[in-house]
Design a protein around this ligand. Structure first.
Ligand code: MSP
Length: 640
């Protein structure tokens, strides 16, 4: 029996059910699942929480757009998310939805606790508001006048609101980061947050009255509680805090909150301050992981380039996808997702290294030993080296898992897999089999191979549970519980009946797969209709102020003082004027001449590097290059 080691509480962020989740979200949940399974297997009493963050203006707007009530809208998306986790065999113990009564009531109690402790007061908020991020910013926090988180424009906004005295916790947070380096990792994020807090914390506006899809403020039902206060509380409301104490007392404080790098600030500044205000212990650790990016940049629903995990699972299976995500990327750093890298990992590591080891071992035991795993009889060259690698692997995996280095933990397991494949070549069982006098040595080689593979089946269990089970079935170990302790010992087998199965990972034709995946990407699924992420809605009257005209480009040249600018002479009916655009990297000036384009003709003139620009041309922009918005209508005509 593996020794019992105490409790371990791990959480993922709760996801916005604004549309289906993509491979980036899957990445975080797969890591949390592997860790939860690893800790369970190594003897911990694990609680693994995930869920959905269902309130807020963005979700209300998405529901309105879809012509649904917010509740019906989120119910639908959440059902899909739960289905995805079921398909992926995510072993969560609880799934919390912020629209559940258990959560809503407890968030209101938390709000009152903070209020009673003198940390919440009523005031008026005036600031710069980013609607997509639902965040207020001070002027000094803006980047070039835009939201520092998402880069989109912000609007001045003013509202009656409740505030949390975040400023009161400034010094305590500084102490937390300084005295407790493990609290936030990786180190780079800790430094970032420490300097953020040192710049000074302002009180935080924690209520909204401009929309109503949220948990009402208990003191004033015209306000709803700020979505982050609502969301962060999930980690304890799911444990029954504050009214039901059993789970809370067993599992809180969390051992680790696993979160993406862009939400580290909420988890390491606002969340600890809230807990301090409630008088509750702080989580032991927050780990900020990097992002999965595409070669062209971010995965985004609006660009339509999200990678759909369901499609990949349908083609390659759950374990291949999990293995790839955990093996390829380094925790804490961003990584680029490409089909080619994924397919190569699947072919080399899974089909070749692991798949071959399983099929060779089982077929040889069938062929040379009548299908029964023999005892060890005659030692020989390479045995000791193989045993040493096999019995040292588990401790190395543990050490890497302690640091959330999933990739290095898997690499350790593959060191053993590759060593075992090499052992087959070194011992050449097919040569031994030619002479019956070698039978006892052949039996020993087969025994050692089975032992190695048995250890591999335990070590991969947290990462690839189904594959572990299949290997154990083929090895005749289907009856035995997987016990972590057993991965430290060699010579546990003898007498089991092996049974060859289908290849555990079929070899892929990479060229063919690449072509087919390429054709799939960008569809987001055949029938997906994903709402666009847009700037805030405007009134018709705002739109009607813009005077669009058709123009013909008569001349185009580079701006003498700015590499990125092109200077156009544009004829709009009776008038020809100069317009400057930042598109020099997208095409050559001569390619523009003669184009019929759309001009914002009543934009106030501006000086750009010493030259006047009167108006603006419209371009379609894919984030990398711009193309003219063109028309066949004659120049001078209005566009409306
Ligand atoms: N609802 C908040 C979290 C509240 S937790 C109290 C939220 N939701 S989210 O759906 O936008 O994002 C959830 C998580 O998914 C974040 O940790 C985020 O970093 C992660 N990811 C979203 N896209 C990602 C990638 N492309 N790559 C890796 N993780 C990414 O934020």
């Amino acid at each position: 029996m593996t020794e019992k080691k105490g409790k371990y509480y791990i959480t993922t962020p709760i996801y916005y059910p604004s549309s289906n989740l993509h491979i980036g979200h899957t990445y975080c949940t797969v890591m949390a699942d592997a860790m939860a399974r690893f800790k369970r297997l190594s003897g911990y009493d694990v609680r693994f929480l995930t869920g959905t963050d269902e309130h807020g203006q963005k979700l209300q707007a998405a529901a309105e757009k879809a012509g649904m009530t917010p509740q019906a809208y989120v119910d639908n998306v959440v059902a899909g998310i739960k289905e995805l986790w079921k398909t992926m065999e995510i072993s969560y113990d609880d799934f919390i939805r912020t629209t559940e009564p258990r959560h809503k009531e407890r968030v209101q109690r938390i709000f009152m606790k903070m209020y009673e402790n003198g940390d919440i007061y009523q005031g008026e908020y005036e600031g710069m508001y980013c609607t997509p991020c639902e965040s207020f910013w001070t002027e000094s926090q803006l980047h070039d006048g835009n939201c520092p988180d998402c880069g989109r424009p912000v609007q001045k906004a003013k509202e009656d609101a409740y505030f949390f005295r975040l400023s009161r916790y400034e010094q305590k947070l500084i102490d937390l980061f300084e005295n407790n380096p493990e609290f936030l990792q990786p180190e780079s994020r800790r430094n970032e947050m420490l300097s953020f807090v040192r710049q000074g914390l302002e009180d935080l506006c924690i209520s909204r009255s401009t929309f109503n899809w949220g948990i009402p403020v208990p003191l004033n039902d015209k306000h709803v509680i700020y979505v982050w206060l609502d969301a962060l509380s999930n980690y304890i409301t799911a444990l029954g805090y504050p009214d039901e104490t059993e789970l809370y007392e067993t599992y809180w404080p969390a051992d680790v909150h696993l979160v993406g790098k862009e939400i580290v600030r909420f988890h390491t500044v606002i969340w600890p301050a809230m807990l301090m205000s409630m008088g509750a212990p702080l989580p032991k650790q927050v780990l900020g992981h990097g992002w999965l990016l595409l070669e062209g940049g971010k995965m985004s629903k609006s660009k339509g380039n999200v990678v759909d995990p369901v499609k990949l699972i349908e083609r390659y299976g759950i374990d291949a996808l999990k293995y790839f995500l955990l093996r390829e990327y380094t925790f804490g750093q961003d990584g680029i997702f490409t089909n080619e890298v994924m397919l190569n990992r699947m072919n080399y590591d899974l089909a070749n290294d692991l798949g071959n080891l399983v099929s060779r071992t089982v077929s040889m035991i069938e062929k040379y030993c009548g299908g029964t795993v023999p005892e060890s009889k005659v030692p020989g060259d390479h045995d000791e080296e193989l045993k040493a690698v096999a019995t040292a692997a588990a401790a190395k995996v543990e050490a890497h898992m302690d640091r959330f280095s999933f990739n290095l933990a898997l690499e350790e397991i593959w060191v053993l897999i590759r060593r075992t494949n090499k052992y087959i070549d070194e011992t050449s069982p097919w040569v031994l089999a030619k002479d019956p006098a070698n039978q006892e040595r052949l039996d020993t080689v087969m025994h050692n191979l089975a032992e190695s593979l048995r250890i591999v089946s335990i070590l991969i269990n947290p990462f690839m549970a189904a594959t572990s089970k299949e290997i154990r079935k083929q090895l005749g170990l289907w009856f035995a519980e997987v016990e972590w302790q057993d991965s430290f010992v060699f010579d546990a087998m003898g007498g089991e009946t092996v049974k060859k199965g289908d290849p555990i990972f079929p070899r892929l034709d990479i060229e063919k797969e690449l072509a087919e995946l390429e054709a799939m990407i960008g569809t987001g699924g055949e029938d997906a209709n994903i709402p666009l992420e847009l700037k805030p809605a405007i009134e018709y009257d705002d739109f009607a102020k813009i005077d669009f005209r058709v123009g013909t480009i008569l001349k185009a040249e580079k701006h003498p003082k700015a590499d990125k600018l092109l200077v156009f002479q544009v004829k709009m009916g009776t008038e020809t004027r100069q317009v400057i655009s930042g598109v020099a990297e997208s095409f050559k000036p001569e390619e523009a001449v003669g184009r019929q384009v759309v001009v914002v003709a009543n934009l106030k003139p501006r000086m750009l590097r010493g030259m006047e620009s009167k108006g603006m041309l419209l371009f379609a922009d894919n984030g990398e290059r711009c193309e003219f918005v063109t028309t066949t209508a004659p120049d001078g005509e209005t566009v409306s």
